[in-house]
Design a protein around this ligand. Structure first.
Ligand SMILES: CC(C)(COP(=O)(O)OP(=O)(O)OC[C@H]1O[C@@H](n2cnc3c(N)ncnc32)[C@H](O)[C@@H]1OP(=O)(O)O)[C@@H](O)C(=O)NCCC(=O)NCCS
Length: 223
């Protein structure tokens, strides 16, 4: 009996998830292949795109007046918020509803779009504010409040978020940015297990990555 009910529940959840993804697409959000936005995450109308393979977990909120774009193969953990608006704070009133009811003009303002790069990990309950660009491969720690842009492959933490350290040596970061593996086609990603198994803090990491680039160049030459 319970097994049947569990099976039914699972099937219902699966269908609701498909419906939710279809609704997001219907509302004009460009969602790349293999991306998933877990039902229970809330994406506002200014979210423009969610890249291939990205997962946005439950209780995430992406909202605000300015454009929000999320790159490929990101992991946005539970309860993370991306907020691309502020309330105008130089007026007598701070409530948007009040301003609509009694006049006084638009109360929402923004410091600009938010761009989450590729291969980014945003931890539980982190908040990314308007005008921020989170660079490719960056890590936003749990609970961080990000008020300034984050360099690629940098870990930030705290309130306001500050750089803790870079994930790799500069040379390795340069190679990773040049490789831009997130733009590779599915087949190439599947065939590149060695790249994703490698510890990129090893002393030979930059040379290892250069090897991948050379292989690519010679394959392109042969083709
Ligand atoms: C950032 C993180 C990945 C660890 O990165 P790390 O570079 O290995 O960091 P360390 O543990 O060496 O800590 C470095 C410093 O940052 C601080 N720090 C680490 N995480 C922090 C956080 N979330 N908020 C504030 N400070 C943090 C540490 O206290 C340490 O400070 P200290 O040097 O003054 O002692 C991890 O702490 C984190 O936040 N993970 C996210 C977990 C999560 O949300 N998971 C979601 C589901 S999988």
């Amino acid at each position: 009996m319970w097994r049947i009910l569990e099976r039914l529940e699972w099937e219902l959840r699966r269908r609701l998830q498909c419906l939710y993804m279809a609704r997001l697409r219907h509302h004009g959000i460009e969602i790349g292949p293999g991306a998933s936005v877990v039902r229970g995450a809330a994406l506002g109308p200014t979210v423009e795109s969610v890249g291939a393979g990205t997962r946005i977990h439950s209780n995430c909120v992406l909202k605000g007046r300015s454009r929000i774009t999320v790159g490929k193969y990101c992991d946005i953990a539970e309860g993370a918020h991306v907020v691309s608006s502020n309330h105008e704070i130089n007026r007598a009133n701070l409530s948007v509803d009040f301003q609509r009811r009694y006049g006084g003009g638009e109360l929402l303002e923004t410091r600009g779009p938010v761009r989450i790069g590729n291969g980014v990990w945003i931890g539980d309950n982190a908040v990314v504010l308007s005008g921020v660009e989170v660079g490719d491969g960056a890590v936003v720690s749990a609970g961080a409040i990000v008020t300034r842009s984050v360099e690629p492959f940098t870990i930030v933490a705290g309130v306001p978020a500050k750089a803790v350290r870079k994930r790799f040596d500069d040379e390795v970061i340069e190679e990773l940015l040049a490789l831009a593996w997130w733009d590779w086609p599915e087949g190439r990603l599947r065939a590149s297990g060695a790249l994703f198994e490698k510890d990129l803090t090893d002393a030979d990491a930059a040379e290892f990555l250069r090897g991948f680039r050379r292989d690519r160049a010679s394959a392109a030459g042969a083709g």
